[in-house]
Design a protein around this ligand. Structure first.
Ligand code: BJW
Length: 247
């Protein structure tokens, strides 16, 4: 028998034309990518301030790159799951669908999503610390640690937003705009504590959107959600069956 909350969420989605999904590390958990704050999360094993801040990189770029090298190797062995695939299909289901992700693993584009706002960057891109140029880099393993810019020789860094760093203004600006304009925001697999991403569902709700949360555990967003679906994203998202393709 269908869970009544799943039915309610599907009903809300069936009436919507402008939909935003906001995803976090939990959507990639079923692909084998560790989350940050869960039971086996990265921040249980490593200290964020030793690895994911500009100060940590300035102090010891080799250590920070070794950590990224390990994660790149791990993610390279992971494939998109049913949750990523469902959200990629939603681009063809809703007349306007935007995917906002905090994830840096690149599994959404691998699943076929194209209209994506990557708030915290992408682990498969590197940035020159002198020129600011961003380039794709899929080398596993990296050719050197830490890597250097082939054009100017300066240190390269991961193209990732670390704690205390500003998000790309164009990207976060579009994310707020889409959040204000959507009728439904589906918030998947995030602990909803890292800002400014965590503000987006509240911004959407204040502008009149319904908020559907998909997460096995409650979060600070749960009391504000229109519907909270408790369970794994891969399974739940594929059971949310909005109507067929609309134009
Ligand atoms: C499942 C599941 C399944 C499990 N299905 N679900 C107070 C003090 C200090 C700083 C601040 C402060 N207040 C605000 C700040 C600023 C800070 C911040 O928000 N800190 C908070 C922790 C308090 N924010 C910033 O610094 C941002 N910049 C900024 O604000 O600039 C201006 C400014 C600067 C300084 C001060 C104030 C303002 C930048 C944030 C950058 C975040 N970067 C990281 C990258 C790490 C490095 C890397 O990836 O390589 O982004 S941190 C990490 O957290 C990563 C994630 O994108 C982000 C969010 O995590 P997420 O996705 O929610 O994952 P988890 O693990 O937390 O949750 C997983 C969820 O999945 C759980 O709920 C599970 O239940 C669920 N789940 N299995 C569905 N199968």
């Amino acid at each position: 028998m269908e869970d009544p909350l799943v039915g309610k969420a599907a009903e809300i989605l069936s009436r919507a034309r402008r939909v935003v999904a906001l995803t976090g590390a939990g959507i990639s958990a079923e692909s084998g990518v560790p989350t940050f704050r869960g039971k086996d999360g990265l921040w249980r094993q490593f200290r964020a301030e030793d690895l994911a801040t500009p100060e940590a990189f300035a102090r010891d770029p080799k250590l920070v790159w070794e950590w990224y090298e390990w994660r790149r190797g791990l993610i390279a062995r992971c494939a998109p799951n049913a949750g990523h695939v469902t959200l990629a299909a939603w681009e063809r289901v809703f007349p306007r669908f935007t995917l906002i992700t905090q994830n840096v693993d690149g599994l959404h584009p691998s699943a076929g999503s194209t209209n994506i706002l990557e708030l915290h960057g992408n682990i498969w891109k590197v940035r020159c610390t002198r020129e600011g140029t961003v380039t794709d880099n899929r080398d596993v393993p990296l050719r050197e640690i830490p890597p250097h810019c082939p054009s100017c020789g300066a240190l390269l860094r991961p193209h990732i937003v670390w704690f205390g760093e500003s998000l790309d203004q164009a990207v976060i600006g579009r994310a707020f705009k889409e959040s204000a304009a959507c009728e439904v925001m589906v918030v998947v697999g995030t602990s909803a504590i890292v800002h400014p991403a965590a503000s987006l569902p509240h911004y959407a709700a204040e502008a009149g959107a319904a908020v559907i949360e998909v997460n096995p555990d409650p979060t600070p967003l749960s009391p504000y959600a229109t519907v909270s679906l408790r369970g794994p994203a891969g399974q739940l998202l594929s059971t949310l069956k909005p109507r067929e393709t609309v134009s």
